[in-house]
Design a protein around this ligand. Structure first.
Ligand code: TMP
Length: 209
């Protein structure tokens, strides 16, 4: 057990991760909690190079197994170089996506077996799991509308609606299976209401310290 908490933020495309991550960062700063903010795939120079490979639209022939393995290769580097040392130093770690995204995208979206993903999870992480996961949930059509307004799409964002429907269903299933760890935030309401939902979750996460 570490002193700092490991918090991950998940959601399908257009769920509002950037804005809500800012709210969480503001909250932690206000509470004077020492934290680092990072993302997956990526978070270290080597893992960011793997991210570039994964998101490059030119790599349309990347096979599903290679995609999964690259996600976990980036994760191994990220854990080793950044996440574990930060937790050991007593910092909180806030990660924009983590292994639940592999279950949702490579499992739900690509149709790879959850067993295969669970094996990699155990191999790369051992017993390390996030203390809390905030799932930003939005109906797929609405999320995709927001993504379209944002400009150029990466290799994942170019996928069809059915792909994102499977991802959302997988995330909701993960939340149902792990009710202690998951906190679902409905990001359809006005931004201020969403912020209140985030603050309520953060209050709960910080109060049992
Ligand atoms: P981002 O757009 O949230 O920065 O994430 C990059 C993309 O990578 C996003 O489309 C989700 C995808 N992804 C996976 O497919 N599997 C994973 O394990 C992770 C961490 C991300």
């Amino acid at each position: 057990m570490y002193k700092g908490k490991f918090i991950t933020i998940e959601g399908s495309e257009g769920a509002g991760k950037s804005t809500n991550i800012r709210y969480i960062q503001d909250y932690l700063r206000e509470k004077k909690i020492d934290f680092i903010s990072t993302r997956e795939p990526g978070g270290t120079p080597i893992a960011e190079k793997i991210r570039d490979l994964l998101l490059d639209k030119a790599h349309s022939s990347l096979c599903h197994d290679a995609e999964l393995l690259l996600m976990f290769a980036a994760r191994a580097q990220h854990l080793n170089e950044l996440i574990i040392p930060a937790l050991e130093a007593g910092q909180w770690v806030l990660s924009d996506r983590f292994t639940d995204a592999s279950y949702a995208y490579q499992g739900g979206g690509r149709g790879l077996s959850w067993e295969k993903i669970a094996q990699l999870e155990q191999f790369v992480q051992g017993d390390l799991r996030p203390d809390a996961t905030i799932l930003l949930d939005i109906p797929v059509e609405l999320g995709m509308q927001r993504v379209r307004n944002r400009g150029e799409a990466d290799r994942f964002e170019q996928e069809q609606l059915s792909f994102f429907n499977r991802i959302r269903a997988a995330y909701l299933k993960l939340a149902e299976d792990n009710p202690q760890r998951f906190h679902i935030v409905d990001t359809r309401p006005e931004i201020d209401e969403v912020r209140q939902q985030i603050i309520a979750i953060m209050d709960r996460l910080t109060c049992n310290d």
